[in-house]
Design a protein around this ligand. Structure first.
Ligand code: NA7
Length: 548
């Protein structure tokens, strides 16, 4: 990073990112604490993840009435969601509404990509450098960069030689992509691929879905909301708020207290059928023991696999789609609109990469390898006009580590996390004073309905800064021992579940070659996490050190 003396503004706080986290953090620090704050946003508009993710079929998996802020009654009153699950257009419109309602835009610099930040030990402030070369100085630096904003584009030989077009779902052109009459290849069958395939198949002349790992999915059952739905959500807003704050997952429901293994097979089937009809992520809350016991999980897994075999008419395709190698919901469980039904269309083919792995891309398309009966390799060319990479993200740490962040003694975040992310409560890293992370690694983040986790983090950080102002503290940081304790808590929480028991999962960083294989989110539940953070604050920020 260029260390030229910064000449620009000196702020109380600089926030990176203008999505759900950054906007609320700006509001809390500027409006409630009266601080001088600026948000640096790489995009040309607000929205964060949703600003970039405009791929076909993109839709939030949280229900709209909980995928929103709860801090302002007036805001809840004056916004009307149109569907059970909001799409990117509506979420971005909501965030623009919030931005204007609270006059936030004047504190946001758009097209401002942060290249790096260095802690100036002499002046106890952060020197932040933008890609443009511009500098800012700020006492507090808050990353609000989201968890899935760095695209993971696999390094497949020959991509440069491909004569057609290719796109990653997380960097989708804002003016759309036409698939009319095109032979489209989609790589990836995570939440994104499962949403995209049915929509791409509507207009493509042919869609080939390349599946590396078969995946579970439950129908989303999206629908238009009625006036009555909206009235109920507004009337019950405070009850819903308490519910999302007081449960493990931040959604608007509780996990059943009943165990699958203590329920008769007949009753269990009825419960799963009902959950399948209701649709959505709530399916995973059908029983208390689904993520704790392999045997219990197997009951949900085999129910869904049976549904796949019933829906998909071609037995070979059905077998590949249902050949799932991990426990249900041990990876992020997708929800869909006619995903499995899509494979009954004449213009859709599944390629099972477990049988014929990708070997390269050439001018004409994607080449897979088949092993002949005599052990010889055969090449199969899938001719394509367009390739869609629905291959996910360098999640949770990727965006943080792409910036050159340096703490005390020029220690880079990349060095500090060379064996995986280490921090205290998912909020602060040893050696990086006055740097806070919203929904970073070690916090419940992606295991929850994100706005619920975001509000908790933003409120905790804001209260911590208010405490520092009141007590005239200049810096706050967390010593290594605190990180050691918290990393153990994070590992223990994950190991009490089936979550680490998968081959490729972005929760584990295992989807990105070379990334340390460490379970990153805190799996102990948002309610428990909230309590721990509150106890730490009540105890004068136990485990943190002021004015070292
Ligand atoms: P995911 O869940 O990481 O899914 C990525 C998919 O791409 C998954 O099926 C991967 O297979 C596949 N993939 C990744 N790399 C390759 C290569 N090299 N070859 C073939 N297939 C590959 O990302 P999503 O965008 O779907 O979802 C991310 C989150 O966004 C989601 O959970 C929601 O929170 C919203 P794998 O399973 O790793 O074998």
């Amino acid at each position: 990073m260029n260390t030229q003396t910064p000449t620009h503004e000196i702020l109380d706080a600089l926030i990176i990112g203008a999505g759900f986290s950054g906007l609320y953090q700006l509001y809390r620090l500027r409006e409630k604490l009266g601080l001088s704050v600026k948000v640096m946003e790489a995009g040309d508009g607000v929205g964060g993840t949703w600003y970039w993710n405009r791929y076909p079929g993109a839709r939030c998996d949280s229900e709209s009435h909980v995928y929103c802020y709860t801090f302002s009654k007036e805001l809840t009153e004056d916004w009307n969601w149109s569907e059970r699950y909001p799409g990117p257009g509506e979420i971005v419109a909501y965030l623009n509404h919030v931005t204007d309602r609270f006059d936030l835009r004047r504190s946001i610099e758009f097209g401002a990509r942060v290249a790096g930040a260095r802690f100036d030990e002499e002046n106890n402030c952060w020197d932040v450098e933008l890609a443009s070369g511009k500098h800012y100085r700020a006492r507090f630096l808050i990353t609000a960069v989201g968890c899935i904003s760095s695209a993971n584009i696999p390094d497949i030989e020959g991509l440069d030689s491909f004569a057609g077009e290719w796109f990653h779902t997380g960097q989708w052109p804002h003016d759309g992509v036409s698939f009319d009459g095109k032979r489209v290849g989609q790589i990836g069958t995570g939440s994104t691929g499962i949403q995209a395939a049915p929509v791409i198949a509507e207009t493509a002349s042919h869609l080939t879905v390349f599946q590396r790992t078969a995946n579970y999915s439950v129908p989303a059952r999206n629908r238009a909301l009625t006036d009555e739905d909206r009235m109920t959500h507004k009337r019950d807003a405070s009850i819903i708020r308490e519910l999302t704050r007081g449960n493990t997952n931040g959604h608007g429901w509780r996990i059943s207290e009943q165990n699958a293994l203590e329920t008769s097979p007949e009753d269990r089937k009825l419960i799963y059928e009902k959950a399948w009809e209701t649709g959505g992520l709530k399916f995973r809350s059908s029983f208390a023991d689904l993520l704790a016991s392999k045997q219990a999980n197997e009951t949900a897994a085999s129910f869904i696999k049976e549904k796949i075999r019933q829906i998909v008419k071609n037995p070979e395709t059905a077998a590949s789609l249902a050949d799932i190698d991990h426990p249900y919901a041990a990876k992020r469980p997708p929800i869909d609109t006619h995903y499995f039904e899509t494979f009954n269309k004449d213009n859709v083919t599944l390629v099972d990469l477990a049988k014929t792995p990708i070997s390269k891309i050439n001018r004409d398309g994607l080449v897979c390898q088949d092993i002949g009966a005599n052990g010889s390799f055969l090449e199969i060319l899938h001719q394509l006009d367009t390739i869609v990479f629905a291959t996910g993200y360098d999640a949770i740490t990727g965006t943080l580590l792409r910036m050159d962040i340096r703490g005390r003694d020029e220690l880079t975040l990349r060095e500090a996390w060379s064996s995986g992310p280490r921090n205290h409560l998912g909020l602060q890293v040893d050696g990086f004073p006055n740097l806070f992370m919203v929904t970073g690694p070690g916090s419940p983040s992606v295991l929850t309905n994100m706005p619920a986790a975001i509000e908790q983090h933003v409120e905790w950080i804001s209260e911590c800064i208010a405490y520092m102002l009141e007590h005239e503290h200049t810096t706050i940081e967390s010593p290594g021992a605190s990180a050691e304790w918290w990393v153990k808590e994070v590992n223990d929480a994950a190991n009490a579940t089936l979550l680490p028991k998968v081959k490729h999962s972005w929760y584990l960083g295992a989807n990105v070659p070379g990334k340390p294989r460490v379970f990153m989110p805190y799996a102990g539940g948002l309610d428990r996490y909230r309590d721990i953070c509150q106890q730490v604050a009540n105890d004068s920020y136990r485990g943190f050190v002021f004015d070292r």
